[in-house]
Design a binder for this molecule. Sequence first.
Ligand code: NAI
Ligand code: OAA
Length: 311
Amino acid sequence: MKVTIVGAGNVGATCADVISYRGIASEVVLLDIKEGFAEGKAMDIMQCAPNTGFNTRVSGITGDYSKTANSNVVVITSGIPRKPGMTREELIGINAGIVKGVAENVLKHSPDAIIVVVSNPMDTMTYLTLKATGLPKHRVIGMGGALDSSRFKYFLSKALDKPIGDIDGMVIGGHGDTTMIPLTRLASYNGMPVSNFLQQDVLDKVAADTMVGGATLTGLLGTSAWYAPGASVAYLVDSILNDQKKMIACSVFLEGEYGQNDICMGVPCIIGANGLEEIVDIHLSDDEKAKFAKSADAVRNMNADLKEVLA
Ligand SMILES: NC(=O)C1=CN([C@@H]2O[C@H](COP(=O)(O)OP(=O)(O)OC[C@H]3O[C@@H](n4cnc5c(N)ncnc54)[C@H](O)[C@@H]3O)[C@@H](O)[C@H]2O)C=CC1
Ligand SMILES: O=C([O-])CC(=O)C(=O)O
């Protein structure tokens, strides 16, 4: 199975590293516009193989999409990341043109690929990719919820002082500082509701920390995060390539699901060989429904800025 990652920067290269280290694909192509950059990242990753023992072939290329031909999955991580103090939404001006161009280029050589969109503002970039390419909704999947959910589990494990692997939870809604919806009501520790162990004010703090998880890391690092984002993309790609049918919160096109239409937003999805295989209805409470509708309003507002690029 072949995966192309367009944008060999922090997130793209980390994703390639995790995919190869875990043997998720037999071939990974990294593509970037910066001369020699993807080649360098691929060479560095390949030189791990003797010591970590993987067999994935990782190669890098500058701008030549013919090398990406017949990819099963294409990941779009090209574009600029935010700096401290910025929102993801401020990236739209530069990233919209990049993402549209990349999506069109990859499809010329991999007409059957499933596209995973990572560049921010991710929900709007996913919507743009779907509209610009005309691909069916099952082949355009935005990655954000997998990452936000792993941050949610991290903050829950800290609050509970219990191992992160014993925690389950999901974040739906938009992938933005104010649009994420951590589902604290449904989060669990070894199958038991976390509300059995944590007071509401602690749960509220966990949710708030989760929502600004990306902004907190951007403040600490000077650019946005890459280890957990790269690993989250690899987790999603694994479910596609190996037909795992995992339930993962992903940004996908909604046609009435969760009361929304003509928008891409994070909802629980079954992800398998066909990409998006099912949107799962988890019966939100009235409060969660209200939050989802508010989140959708904000994402829709952002999508309105695509008028020019989609014209
Ligand atoms: N959806 C999510 O959960 C997450 C999204 N992101 C987003 O992912 C994007 C990438 O982030 P980083 O890897 O940290 O940035 P980065 O700056 O390290 O890497 C971006 C790469 O894209 C390349 N690039 C730019 N235009 C290109 C084009 N037209 N064709 C091919 N390559 C091109 C650049 O040369 C650069 O190497 C950002 O927009 C960031 O906000 C980052 C983390 C999580
Ligand atoms: O925070 C950012 O800008 C990058 C991102 O989407 C994340 O790490 O969640």
